[in-house]
Design a protein around this ligand. Structure first.
Ligand code: SF4
Length: 82
């Protein structure tokens, strides 16, 4: 089961959530800069990947970046099982 305890330590907890749901690349970069200094970046990213969250910047990764990570992991798993 996924835990959410890390959320209380997120650097974004006191920041306007809209920043993490940007509409363009400039906005994504702004959010990612906050995530880069966050102590729970790893758990945040894994949470978003596990739940297949499609929108927003989580763990310093945009939607597109998370899709790439998920795809790369699927390829890695399938190549190991082949
Ligand atoms: S990694 Fe980013 S989105 Fe995740 S908790 Fe930290 S600041 Fe928030």
């Amino acid at each position: 089961m996924l835990t959410k305890s890390w959320m209380a330590q997120g650097s974004c907890r006191a920041i306007d959530p809209d920043i993490f749901f940007p509409s363009d690349g400039v906005g994504v970069e702004k959010a990612r800069q906050i995530c880069t200094k966050c102590p729970v970046q790893g758990p945040c990213l894994e949470y978003a990947l596990a739940l297949k969250i499609e929108h927003g910047v989580w763990g310093g990764a945009s939607e597109r970046q998370r899709r790439r990570i998920a795809r790369a992991r699927r390829v890695e798993v399938s190549s190991k099982s082949a």
